[in-house]
Design a protein around this ligand. Structure first.
Ligand code: IMP
Length: 252
């Protein structure tokens, strides 16, 4: 992680250990089985201690949304994320945030700041905001996707969307996802992912969540709600934004 002092200190320790190992490489070392087991135990314990307590990177994800947590965890596993990541339940719940920003970026930032007010400054915090933009509806529901049609079940929301498009030949739409990342030194970074597609004539499939049954990504013959998790993770707006976020976090 960029400019992190504890990371530099650890690099120093690893470097000195490497030198010490190289020095004794040519000397014969004969030790018994018990000592090997002891050394293995010490090694594994230190690694666990390093990862949990003094790892330079610990990421707080500002969400309590189970769908988003599931997708985030899947993407982490897919990319082999090796630093600790904490979600809503791990820090006593995501506080209520009034998402009154005028963009995905602004709403994601509000979520980051909402969590920061709870857990304190000087941490890596990330939040996400996403939505569906339909061309024939001038980009609606967009940042209001979760509230489109008011407090109604998602199946009704999807039907409402389809009825608004019943006379429209332009079915093009896109899912947008934006991550806002705040670094311990207070800097903000934004990462966007877009998935272009079309709105189907009728809902299709029972997987996923939200508008998945009515959205067919370009190049596919089925809705997001028919695809497996792995298939969605290859092309989704969230996957694209996540890739950009991860590239940034892993940058030396
Ligand atoms: P928010 O980011 O919590 O404001 O919610 C975004 C809303 O956009 C969700 O409630 C869903 O309705 C919709 N949405 C975002 N991403 C997806 C997706 O991958 N599939 C289906 N619906 C989504």
């Amino acid at each position: 992680m960029h400019g992190n002092k504890s990371s530099l200190r650890l690099e120093g320790i690893f470097h000195r250990s490497r030198l010490a190992l190289e020095e004794c490489r040519d000397r014969p070392i004969v030790i018994g089985m018990k000592k090997w087991i002891f050394l293995l135990f010490v090694g594994l314990t230190s690694y666990g201690f390093y990862k949990i307590l003094i790892h330079p990177m610990k990421l707080y994800v500002a969400t309590g949304n189970p769908h988003k947590i599931t997708e985030f965890k899947r993407l982490m596993a897919l990319h082999g994320v090796d630093f600790p990541v904490l979600f809503g339940g791990d820090y006593g719940g995501m506080p209520e945030v009034d998402e009154n920003g005028d963009s995905y970026e602004a709403n994601a930032q509000l979520k980051v700041e909402g969590l920061e007010a709870k857990i304190g400054e000087g941490r890596w915090i990330v939040a996400e905001d996403s939505g569906l933009e339909v061309s024939a509806l001038s980009g609606d529901p967009g940042i209001y996707s979760a509230r489109f049609g008011g407090k109604i079940p998602q199946t009704e929301r999807n039907q409402l969307l389809l009825s608004r498009l019943s006379n429209s030949s332009d079915r093009s739409a896109r899912f947008i996802c934006c991550y806002c990342l705040k670094s311990p030194d207070g800097k903000l970074y934004f990462f966007r992912g877009v998935c272009e597609g079309t709105i189907l004539a009728a809902p299709q499939g029972g997987q996923g969540f939200g508008y998945d049954p009515v959205f067919q990504p370009n190049g596919e013959q089925r809705s997001f709600a028919v695809m497996s998790d792995e298939q969605k993770d290859r092309i989704s707006h969230r996957a694209m934004a996540f890739n950009a976020l991860l590239r940034f976090l892993k940058k030396p």
